[in-house]
Design a protein around this ligand. Structure first.
Ligand code: G3H
Ligand code: ZN
Length: 277
C-alpha cells in the first residue's frame, strides 16, 4: 500500500533500523522493487530522480503515475519520493503527481545559497504536504565530479537543518554516486557526530558502492534512509546481457522479465542488510 515516506522513515528510525530507497527508471524497476520488498517483508521507498524524468522526455506524469499505482497495489508500505531535484518547477509538481516526499538538491551551491534556496523550497513543499529531504556537503559522483574527501561538517549541518526546516538530511560521509564496485569506506565516527548534532533522520546517497557490513554499521550508527540506484542497474543490465546471448530472442519480455527478477533479488538482499541488523 502507498504510505508517506516520512511515516516510513520515522517508523524505521524509532525501531533503530534502516529503510531502503531505490531508484526507478522504468516500470520494471518499480515492479521489481516492490516484488523484492514483498519477498523481504519490509517497507520500501520508490524514488524517481530528476535525471529519470529527463530520460522520460521531461514528463513526470507517466512514470510517476505508474510508480504510484505499483505502490498502491503492494502488500507492504511503499513510499514515493522525487529524488535529486534541482529544478524548482519540477519540485513544486511533486504533490500533484502523488509523491509523499521530495529531495531538493542545492548541494552544489555554497552554504548560504544552499540554505536560502532550500528554506524557500521546504516552505513550499510543506505547504503542499511534502516531506522534504535536502543535502549538505556534496556526495558527488552524479556527473563524475566527486571529490572523495568531501565531508559534511556536524556544526554546519545542525545550523543548516535549523535554518531550512528540512525533514531529513543527506550527508557526505564517504560514499559516492554511481560506483560499480563496492569499495566505499564510510566515516563512522563522523556519522555518530552527525547523528548527535542534528534532529532529523540522516540519508546515505550512493549506497550501491558501500559493502554490506559497512551499511549495517552505518545504520546501527544512525543512518536511516539508504539510497540505492546503480546496484539495480548492474543487476538489470547483467540479466539483459545474458538473456541476449541467445540471438533468437526478440521479445523484450524475455529479457525484461530476467532483468526484473535480478533487480528484485538485489532489493530483497539490500533490505535484509539494512533492516535485519
Ligand atoms: O539518490 C540516489 C542514490 O544516491 C543512488 O546512488 O546509484 O550510487 O546507488 P547509487
Ligand atoms: Zn543520490
Amino acid at each position: 500500500m502507498f504510505s508517506p515516506t516520512g511515516e516510513i522513515v520515522e517508523a524505521a528510525r524509532a525501531a533503530g533500523v534502516g529503510v531502503g530507497a531505490f531508484n526507478v527508471i522504468t516500470v520494471e524497476h518499480a515492479e521489481a522493487i516492490v516484488a523484492g520488498a514483498e519477498a523481504a517483508g519490509h517497507p520500501v521507498v520508490l524514488q524517481i530522480s530528476e535525471n529519470a524524468v529527463k530520460f522520460h522526455g521531461g514528463r513526470l506524469g507517466p512514470i510517476a503515475a505508474a510508480a504510484r499505482r505499483v505502490a498502491e497495489l503492494a502488500a507492504v508500505p511503499v513510499g514515493l519520493h522525487l529524488d535529486h531535484v534541482e529544478d524548482d518547477e519540477l519540485f513544486d509538481q511533486a504533490a500533484a503527481h502523488g509523491f509523499g516526499s521530495a529531495m531538493y538538491d542545492a548541494s552544489r551551491l555554497p552554504f548560504a545559497a544552499n540554505v536560502a534556496a532550500t528554506r524557500a523550497a521546504t516552505a513550499r513543499g510543506h505547504a503542499a504536504g511534502i516531506w522534504v529531504e535536502s543535502e549538505l556537503g556534496e556526495v558527488g559522483g552524479k556527473d563524475g565530479a566527486h571529490a572523495p574527501g568531501v565531508r559534511t561538517d556536524p556544526a554546519e549541518a545542525s545550523a543548516y537543518v535549523e535554518a531550512t526546516g528540512v525533514d531529513a538530511l543527506a550527508v557526505a560521509v564517504g560514499s559516492s554516486h554511481a560506483m560499480t564496485s563496492r569499495t566505499a569506506a564510510l566515516d563512522h565516527a563522523l556519522i555518530a557526530r552527525l547523528r548527535d548534532a542534528i534532529t532529523v533522520p540522516l540519508v546515505l546517497h550512493g549506497s550501491s558502492g558501500v559493502p554490506d557490513d559497512e551499511l549495517r554499521t552505518a545504520v546501527r550508527g544512525g543512518l536511516v534512509k539508504i539510497n540505492i540506484g546503480t546496484a539495480l542497474n548492474i543487476a538489470f543490465t547483467g540479466a539483459v546481457r545474458s538473456a541476449l546471448r541467445d540471438a533468437a530472442v526478440v521479445d523484450p519480455r524475455r529479457y525484461l522479465k530476467a532483468a526484473r527478477a535480478a533487480m528484485a533479488d538485489t532489493v530483497t538482499h539490500a533490505l535484509r542488510v539494512v533492516t535485519e541488523l
